[in-house]
Design a protein around this ligand. Structure first.
Ligand SMILES: NC(=O)C1=CN([C@@H]2O[C@H](COP(=O)(O)OP(=O)(O)OC[C@H]3O[C@@H](n4cnc5c(N)ncnc54)[C@H](O)[C@@H]3O)[C@@H](O)[C@H]2O)C=CC1
Ligand SMILES: CCCCCC(=O)/C=C/[C@H]1C=CC(=O)[C@@H]1CCCCCCC(=O)O
Length: 295
């Protein structure tokens, strides 16, 4: 079917502010993407939408059995050369550094990184900080070494998965809330660094509402929310009132952040009513517009 602009209905060259022709849209064909926490849930949905858009995808997860199982499933649907699975713990510098080096050796480059691995554990809260915030920081820093133009990289985009708990309090999980707020702040700051240092890498944030995955069951278990268990009814009420998202719907919002090359330092919130870009308080002061050499 011939292309028709959704805004102007034009079929020829034109100017508008929404369609793929006019928006600077990243072509995902033959790009190399990396997804952490890829073996199930949202990570699996991000892997699948990237494959459907023509990318090659490196899957990283600490769960070897689930990762091997998914790799085998994807081989049958997309062919063996479109994906690779690497067992790695995002809290380990050695693991994640090694995995990214193997990925560059295998696929030759990294164009897209999704720091998705995350847990809810208010009992062992130091682990939650290590995975949800430490893992995002580590993945961002390690991938930038391969992606930034000053290192001979091709640039690209990093999508860090926060949560709506990165924008407001989730009382049943205060440490989870803190880590997700940290992901928002860190990612927006690194997006500014990338712009100032001319890395050529966009860094964006995805903030989903409750999604039907295995993580959600953590909110009902004393093993994971411990002293906040009496508050679990709050989350149940929110889910009953507003509903729960499907992972493949969240993946469509993820794709917007990947493809729209005008987005850097932007946070996209998605809940059952839809997706909206978050407007943050105006910057306290204007950032310098000229690139700064950080070496
Ligand atoms: N499910 C939900 O309601 C929401 C989830 N999120 C976020 O989305 C991301 C994905 O969550 P879900 O898919 O729901 O969870 P999930 O539990 O279904 O999948 C998470 C994956 O991450 C992996 N993982 C955990 N720790 C790891 C580590 N140290 N190293 C490597 N891999 C590790 C797990 O093995 C698992 O395969 C998380 O960052 C979560 O905080 C955000 C908002 C809502
Ligand atoms: C298991 C992960 C839970 C994901 C859903 C979630 O984090 C929900 C959080 C909400 C619960 C109470 C809140 O206050 C949280 C959301 C606050 C959203 C704030 C929206 C900000 C804005 O509209 O600009």
């Amino acid at each position: 079917m011939r292309y028709r602009c959704p805004v102007t209905s034009d079929r020829e060259e034109h100017k508008c502010d929404r369609c793929d022709r006019c928006l600077s849209v990243m072509d995902l064909k033959d790009k190399v993407a990396v997804v952490t926490g890829a073996a199930q849930g949202l990570g699996r949905s991000f892997v699948e939408i990237l494959l459907k858009n023509g990318s090659k995808v490196a899957l990283i997860d600490v769960n070897k059995s689930l990762g091997d199982e998914l790799k085998s499933t994807l081989d049958q649907e997309y062919g063996r050369d479109r994906t690779e699975f690497f067992t790695a713990d995002v809290t380990s510098e050695e693991d994640l550094k090694g995995a990214l080096e193997k990925i560059v050796k295998t696929f030759g480059r990294i164009d897209i990184l999704c720091n998705n691995a995350g847990i809810i554990n208010e009992k062992h809260w130091e682990k939650t900080i290590a995975v949800n915030l430490g893992g995002v920081v580590r993945g961002t820093y390690l991938a930038l070494e391969h992606m930034k133009k000053e290192n001979g990289g091709n640039g690209g985009v990093i999508i860090n998965i926060s949560s709506m708990a990165g924008l407001g309090p989730l009382p049943v999980a205060p440490i989870y809330t803190a880590t997700k707020h940290g992901v928002v702040g860190f990612s927006r700051a690194m997006a500014a660094v990338s712009k100032l240092a001319d890395y050529g890498v966009r860094i964006n944030i995805l903030c989903p509402w409750f999604v039907k995955t295995s993580l959600l069951s953590s909110l009902n278990s004393e093993d994971y929310i411990e002293r906040f268990l009496p508050l679990k009814a709050m989350s149940e009420t929110m889910i009953q009132k507003h509903g729960c998202l499907e992972a493949d719907v969240v993946a469509k919002a993820f794709l917007v952040l990947v493809k729209d090359e005008s987005k850097n330092g932007d946070a996209l919130m998605i809940d059952p009513e839809g997706a909206v870009f978050i407007s943050f308080p105006q910057k306290a002061k204007d950032l310098p517009s000229t690139p700064v050499n950080l070496e």
